[in-house]
Design a protein around this ligand. Structure first.
Ligand SMILES: [Zn+2]
Length: 127
């Protein structure tokens, strides 16, 4: 850890509209130097359904690198308005975020896991 700064981690959508608000929020909240950003199209749907093993394993492998190599101890699970990869309405997406957080907790018991909804004004709302 000595030769680099502090990291936090996000499982975010690949949508270019959500990267900056989420990363800025996490840097401010946790005083982190860097945000490791794991992206898929609608990752809250992918992890909540937990049926596409290839995608789920890929997310898990990248989280392991972030947590064990970069010593991140925070994962932010993100869903957002107008998601191309996850057409579900907000209420359903919030449930998917929470289900995803439960799965993440089974993988990483000592890591803080938070949920984020990015709204139609591209504002971050922590769940
Ligand atoms: Zn999206």
């Amino acid at each position: 850890m000595s030769n680099h700064g502090s990291f936090v981690t996000t499982v975010n959508c690949m949508d270019g509209r959500v990267q900056i608000p989420v990363n800025e929020y996490l840097i401010n909240k946790y005083k982190a130097d860097y945000v490791d950003t794991i992206t898929e199209a609608g990752p809250n749907k992918i992890l909540a359904e937990n049926i596409n093993e290839v995608l789920v394993d890929s997310i898990k492998n990248r989280l392991e690198t972030s947590i064990y190599k970069h010593k991140s101890n925070v994962i932010a699970m993100v869903g957002h308005y107008d998601c191309g990869g996850n057409p579900a309405e907000k209420e359903e997406q919030i449930i998917q975020i929470k289900d995803s957080m439960k799965l993440l907790k089974t993988w990483f018991k000592d890591v803080e896991i938070i949920g984020i909804w990015v709204d139609k004004n591209w504002k971050v709302n922590e769940l």
